[in-house]
Design a protein around this ligand. Structure first.
Ligand code: TRP
Length: 343
């Protein structure tokens, strides 16, 4: 990932090395932390990631009150989970609404309607006739707005989940078409997927099939859960008979190891899984360790969040700091587009 950072691309420089957006859906789970926030925290050691809260995007499937409720909450969460304003920067998408809307309009010139409806995420959402009848044009704009987010910042690496790769591909296609038609304007962004391969980083629902998600609350550990709720959920979590190391057990082990830096705890988790694998009845003990690790982690998170929330200026200052350079880059990019289009 170090190669070419900051370097030119088609004669156009990158503006940001690492850039990503977060949908302010509220109610983050432990899986959100382990799957994505953690990644940004790790990247801030060597890069200066820029993250933004996609509050305009959120209006595609949430009402304005819900978005308003969640947009600042998610900033507090990210900060409480270790995103450090000294090492990363955070801005609010709606602070750049003017620049991004103009870019979205001009970029949509490069996109055919059939190309747009071929975007997999959109195809899924437009699955049946009924959905097609009620789908708003705004939903169709989603991928173009996302391309504008990325291209406005002239971003190089974009950490995203697997489901978002098609959107990065569309972004690249739009950039390429615009460049070809109008002259070099955008450097090419690249998707950066941290959890290559199926696997260890995918946190499963505690019970039943599939990933941990807020849509299955009984199988999800929410950051807001109290210690008793965590204990109860972990106690009810699916495991396996002695001798049988199931994906659910592996996932619980990943949660515990992901949330603790303590070597001895990692060892204890590995030992208990190994004992279980050879037929010992240790799942009670194992769940006790998982519960303690999760609750320790959440206690730290709650304390940090409370202290962040107690200073009302802190969040506004962080967002103002983040906004300035992001807006500068977006304005410069929009100006470059306008110059190319002679408007
Ligand atoms: N679509 C992304 C998601 O659902 C969020 C997002 C919006 C985004 N704009 C972006 C991510 C730009 C990366 C870059 O998770």
């Amino acid at each position: 990932m170090a190669t070419g950072i900051g370097g030119g691309n088609d004669g156009v420089d990158y503006g940001v090395e690492v850039f990503t957006g977060i949908r302010p859906t509220g109610d983050l789970t432990v899986a959100n932390h382990l799957g994505s926030v953690n990644e940004i925290v790790a990247l801030q050691e060597n890069f200066r990631p820029v993250v933004f809260v996609a509050d305009v995007h959120a209006l595609t499937d949430q009402d304005p009150e819900t978005v308003a409720k969640h947009r600042l909450e998610v900033v507090k969460d990210y900060l409480a989970l270790g995103v450090d304003p000294e090492g990363a920067s955070i801005f609010m998408q709606s602070d750049l609404l003017g620049e991004l809307s103009a870019m979205t309009l001009l970029l949509s010139r490069e996109l055919t309607l059939s190309e747009l409806t071929g975007v997999p995420t959109l195809k899924d959402k437009l699955g049946d006739d009924e959905n097609q009848l009620s789908a708003r044009v705004f939903l169709g704009m989603y991928p173009v707005l996302m391309a504008s987010d990325i291209l406005a910042q002239r971003a190089q690496f974009v950490p995203v989940g697997r489901d978002q790769i098609a959107h990065i591909e569309l972004t690249r296609r739009l950039a390429e078409k615009f460049n070809t038609r109008n002259g070099a304007t955008f450097p090419m962004p690249e998707a950066y997927v941290a959890d290559e391969g199926e696997g260890p980083l995918t946190v499963l629902s505690l019970r039943g099939k599939g990933k941990m998600s807020k849509s299955k609350p009984e199988g999800a550990l929410f950051l807001a859960d109290s210690p008793d709720v965590v204990r109860d959920k972990v106690n009810r979590a699916q495991t396996g008979f002695p001798g049988e190391v199931t994906p659910h057990i592996e996932s619980l082990a990943q949660i515990a190891k992901g949330l603790s830096d303590d070597e001895a705890t990692h060892q204890k988790v590995d030992d208990l899984v190994a004992e279980h694998a050879v037929g010992e009845a240790v799942m009670g003990k194992f769940k006790g360790v998982v519960t303690d690790v999760v609750n320790d982690f959440l206690e730290g998170y709650h304390d940090r969040k409370q202290s962040i929330a107690s200073d009302p200026h802190f969040i506004t200052d962080v967002l103002a700091e983040g906004r300035r350079p992001a807006q500068q880059r977006a304005r410069a990019t929009l100006e470059a587009m306008r110059a190319k289009l002679n408007i």
